[in-house]
Every structure is written in structure tokens, then in C-alpha cells.
Design a protein around this ligand. Structure first.
Ligand SMILES: [Zn+2]
Length: 437
């Protein structure tokens, strides 16, 4: 339990810093910190200015140092620097690590931002608008201000507290970002990834996320002049002797995968994921044929995003899907002779899982109740994040942060100012409960 007087002091200290916290989020949102996507991705753009991440970290560093935290900032690639804020404890307490990323996904067409410009950091009706407000400069800023509030209230933790503010999360450059920070020795007895964790409830405690796998399925047809189409569709027509539409065949495979996805909704379970249907085979791209070629398309492919439960691996779900497609291909004369090519995993992001019995879950729940006066909610779900890599390093990890996942990566991204203030309170309370003061 958190002492009532300590609680009151902390809440008051955070409230007193509200304007500064809002200012920091506005300032950092105004720094475009998109990075180019890895080679091979459609979004790859080597002309992107890569200095944004570092400029954001400079802004965080200034605030950390102004309140007396130690900092460590180091380059991992030309012009790209990670930052760690360090608050040394008095000793004999558990250490705690906060983690967040400073890079953001591109805003997309600016005209789609109908409420405010993506780099405006404009405040409208209690919300700060802009790319990266929720995902996730707000979360990092809240962790900084949790420490600042504790310092202002005159407290110092027994265990060490760290904030990793890293590059390259959205571009999956884990080795440059979170991986590099862990490698440099910034580890702790538990970790909180400050990504948005609402819904299902504001500031839910996310204890598991699915693994992500990318897959490509390539289906071949047989090119022919478009005038042959009638031979393909009329009863008794010449059919495959003259041509086969790769697009038609792709949709058969698509339907088969849709069936498998429905089956997963019933069969793939994990105790942390209370709602069925969380594990999906989501077709992100379907592409085939040539514009104005007037031919029966020879080739079509689909790219899938697969979310699998933590107990499966990218390889095991890959084998499962390959077997399903192979079985299905036997039911179609053309696909039997020309089986779809399945490339999986093209890419994978590991799942993460922390037992609800881990002490960090209990500490976060106590902190949450102290701020919100209602039971905390532990859940499995959400989305992939650096929690996977921190957990792989052996650190019990949760995801708990301000903002809602519904606005991340979308147009008109915003964060509620109330969420920022509450996040700082929640983090400060978790430091007290976990590290001791
Ligand atoms: Zn994020």
C-alpha cells in the first residue's frame, strides 16, 4: 500500500508540473522524427531527414538534466542517438526501467489531418494533436515528469530508476534502439514500456502481446489474351489449356486462408487473451496483373500480417499455414499442379508474455488503484512493441501508458492532456511501490 501522505504529495507535485509536461510534449511533437523504413519495404525513402530522433532526445535530455537526473546519450548510427535518464537510488531497493521510442511513423497525406497539422503540437479542447503525441512522445515525457515530480516532492527511490528513450522502434531496428540500450547495461528488475495501453480500460496493464509474422503467398496463372476469358468461365470451355487467371486462383487461396483464420478464432487460445479472435491472418496487400495489358494475369501475390499466440513461434505458424495451403491446393486441378509459393516468415517480431503473478504486475496494479480508485485491469492483446525484446532479456515487463491505440498511426493523432498527467502520477506511484522510497 502507498502511504496516504506520500500519495497526496505526489499527486500534488505532478499537478504542479502539468504546464511544463504539456509544453515538453508539444515541443517534441513539433520535431518530425520519422525515419525511413528498412530496405525492401514499400515505404522506403532514403531522403528522410534522420536527425529528428536525436533532436527529440536532446529535448528530453535537457529536462532530465534540469531536474538533476544523470543522462547518457550515444550515437548508434550517423546522427541517431539513444538517450537514457538515470536516477540512482539510495540502495537496497528494486530497480525499474521505463522504455519508449522517439521515432514516429510518417504522417501520410497532410490534407488528411483535418483537425491540426501533424507537426503542429496544437492544443484543442484538452488534446495535443500531432504525429507521435500518443505513439509515443507523451509516454516518455510522462516518465520523465514522474521522476521530476518525485524529486520536487523531496523523495528519492531506494532502487535505481531508468528511462530508455530510443530510436528505430517503428522501423523494427531493435539492435539500434532498445537492444542497444540493454546491451549498454541499462537493465533492471522490471520494466514498463510506456506505449498506449488503452483500451480495454484506461491504463490497462498489458502483460502479453501476440507474435507478428509477415508472409507472402505467390499464385501463378497462365497468361493469355483477354479474349480467351470466355474459354475460362463458360461450361465446357477450353479452360487451363488456354489460360488461367492468377487473380481468380488467388481468391481461392484467400478464401482458404479466411477459413483458417476463422478456425484460429476458435482454436488458438492463451490465458492472457480473454477475448477469442485475437489471433489473425490479415491480408495487407493483394496485387496482380498488369494495367492495360489486356491479358489474363500470370501472377498475383498477397502479403499477410499474422498475429499468433505467445506459445507459437513464427516457424510453427509458418509450417501450419503452409500445410493448410498445400492441403487446399489438392482440391483444385490447377493449384494441385502449380502449388502456391509460400514465403513465411518473411519477417517476424516475437511475442511477449509476463505472468500476472510477477511482482511488477502487482506493484503496477497497486499504483493504478492509488491513482484511479478502481481495480486495475491486466490483459493480453495490444500490439507488438519493444516489450518483446526487454522480456527476452529476462526482465519481467508490462506495457502501460497514456493514449489510446485507436489513434496511433492514424490521421489526427492526439493525446489527452489528462492522460499525460495521469500517466506521470501512475509512473511516480509505481516507482514508490516498486523501488521503495
Ligand atoms: Zn510505439
Amino acid at each position: 500500500m502507498i502511504d496516504a501522505k506520500v500519495r497526496t504529495n505526489i499527486l500534488r507535485a505532478v499537478d504542479g508540473l502539468k504546464d511544463e509536461l504539456v509544453q515538453l510534449v508539444c515541443d517534441t511533437v513539433r520535431i518530425p522524427s520519422c525515419t525511413s523504413m528498412p530496405e525492401g519495404s514499400n515505404s522506403g525513402d532514403t531522403t528522410v531527414d534522420m536527425s529528428g530522433e536525436t533532436r527529440v532526445n536532446h529535448a528530453f535530455k535537457r529536462v532530465m538534466e534540469s531536474c538533476g537526473l544523470e543522462t547518457d546519450m550515444w550515437e548508434v548510427a550517423k546522427g541517431r542517438a539513444n538517450l537514457v535518464g538515470i536516477w540512482r537510488g539510495k540502495g537496497r531497493g528494486r530497480s525499474l526501467l521505463f522504455n519508449g521510442h522517439v521515432d514516429v511513423v510518417p504522417p501520410g497525406p497532410v490534407e488528411k489531418w483535418t483537425v491540426a497539422d501533424p507537426w503542429s503540437g496544437e492544443i484543442i479542447a484538452g488534446k495535443i494533436y500531432g504525429r507521435g503525441s500518443t505513439d509515443m512522445k507523451g509516454g516518455v515525457a510522462a516518465a520523465v515528469f514522474a521522476m521530476k515530480a518525485l524529486l520536487k516532492a523531496g523523495y528519492r527511490p531506494k532502487g535505481d530508476a531508468f528511462i530508455q528513450s530510443v530510436v528505430g522502434e517503428e522501423t523494427m531496428e531493435t539492435d539500434a534502439g532498445t537492444g542497444a540500450a540493454l546491451q549498454r547495461g541499462y537493465r533492471a528488475d522490471a520494466a514498463i514500456v510506456c506505449e498506449p495501453s488503452s483500451p480495454p480500460q484506461r491504463f490497462s496493464i498489458n502483460i502479453a502481446s501476440p507474435g507478428l509474422v509477415l508472409m507472402q503467398v505467390k499464385v501463378r496463372g497462365k497468361a493469355a489474351h483477354i479474349s480467351m476469358r470466355s474459354e475460362l468461365i463458360r461450361p465446357g470451355g477450353l479452360g487451363a489449356a488456354v489460360g488461367v487467371s492468377a487473380i481468380d486462383k488467388t481468391f481461392l487461396v484467400y478464401q482458404a486462408l479466411l477459413k483458417l483464420e476463422e478456425e484460429w478464432g476458435q482454436t488458438k487460445r492463451h490465458p492472457a487473451f480473454t477475448r477469442p479472435g485475437h489471433f489473425v491472418l490479415f491480408p495487407e496487400v493483394i496485387q496482380g496483373g498488369d494495367m492495360l495489358a489486356a491479358s489474363i494475369p500470370e501472377e498475383c501475390y498477397m502479403i499477410y500480417i499474422i498475429w499468433h499466440p505467445p506459445q507459437d513461434t513464427a516457424e510453427s505458424v509458418g509450417e501450419e499455414i503452409k500445410a493448410h495451403i498445400a492441403r487446399f491446393a489438392q482440391t483444385d486441378p490447377w493449384l494441385r499442379e502449380n502449388p502456391p509459393e509460400v514465403y513465411v516468415p518473411l519477417f517476424s517480431w516475437p511475442p511477449f508474455e509476463t505472468s500476472p503473478e510477477e511482482p511488477i504486475c502487482k506493484a503496477a496494479a497497486i499504483a493504478s488503484e492509488a491513482v484511479f480508485h478502481r481495480p486495475a485491469m491486466l490483459y493480453g492483446g495490444g500490439f507488438t512493441s519493444d516489450a518483446s525484446f526487454i522480456r527476452q532479456a529476462g526482465i519481467p515487463t508490462i506495457v502501460m501508458g497514456p493514449g489510446t491505440t485507436g489513434v496511433a498511426h492514424g490521421f489526427n493523432e492526439y493525446i489527452e492532456i489528462q492522460d499525460l498527467v495521469d500517466a506521470a502520477k501512475l509512473y511516480a506511484m509505481t516507482i514508490v511501490e516498486w523501488c521503495g522510497i
